[in-house]
Write a protein of this length. Structure first.
Length: 222
């Protein structure tokens, strides 16, 4: 437990540093209120979620600290995600510096609310599926989750990620940042294709689950 708490504290401490390097530095100013509101939207629910699972399911948190992918394809896809996220945060910073976009305050705040709702969707997934790891893997004793959000789409956590991150540039006051951040869609398609291959091969009952739950990510679309 102590080791897990140390990992969590270190990663929490990294969040403001990452936002500083990716957004504030390119912006060239600390006068960037959108960043601080966005940071609060991320940090406050995150702290609540961490305390919730430390108390109720610390094993789940341990799974979420694993970062090293086992699948070769996922390691390549991770590079795509990293490039998308870097560009998706750096461009809003540059946008602030050069004044490319003029996003109304109301739109920024509405977008922050959408991001928060995406975060809550992910939290709901975490509560339903203790095996929602950061990496693609199948553990001993793992079972297919077929109820709740998983009865609607096969990858509800990734739907939450779409809702949470696609509009992030607008929450940071940038329309131009939507261009690179939309690359998340391609990254998730590639990740899901490989993940489902692994699950079909290694998770008992997953093939039957796919036959019952048709849509992978977005209801009535895909």
């Amino acid at each position: 437990m102590q080791s897990l708490i140390k990992k969590i504290i270190v990663r929490l401490a990294m969040l403001p540093l990452v936002l500083f390097l990716l957004v504030i530095v390119p912006a060239g100013t600390f006068n960037f209120w959108e960043v601080y509101v966005y940071f609060g939207i991320l940090l406050i629910p995150m702290i609540y979620i961490l305390f919730f699972f430390l108390r109720n399911d610390p094993v789940f948190l341990e799974r979420r600290t694993r970062l090293k992918e086992k699948e070769k394809e996922q390691k390549i896809i991770l590079v795509v995600f990293n490039l998308v996220f870097i560009a998706g945060f750096v461009i809003p910073g540059l946008d602030k510096r050069f004044g490319w976009s003029d996003v109304p305050t109301g739109i920024v705040l509405i977008t922050d609310l959408i991001i928060f709702l995406g975060y809550m969707l992910i939290f709901a997934v975490f509560r339903q599926n203790s095996h929602a790891s950061r990496i693609v893997e199948v553990e001993s004793g793992q079972k297919v989750i077929t109820t709740g959000l998983y009865s609607i789409v096969r990858h509800p956590m990734y739907l939450g990620i779409l809702i949470m991150y696609i509009p992030t540039p607008v929450a940071l006051g940038s329309y131009w940042g939507l261009i690179p951040m939309s690359g998340i869609i391609l990254g998730l398609i590639l990740r899901i294709a490989n993940e489902e291959k692994v699950l079909r091969q290694n998770l008992e009952g997953y093939i039957e689950y796919c036959q019952r739950t048709r849509y992978r990510l977005i209801p009535f679309l895909w």
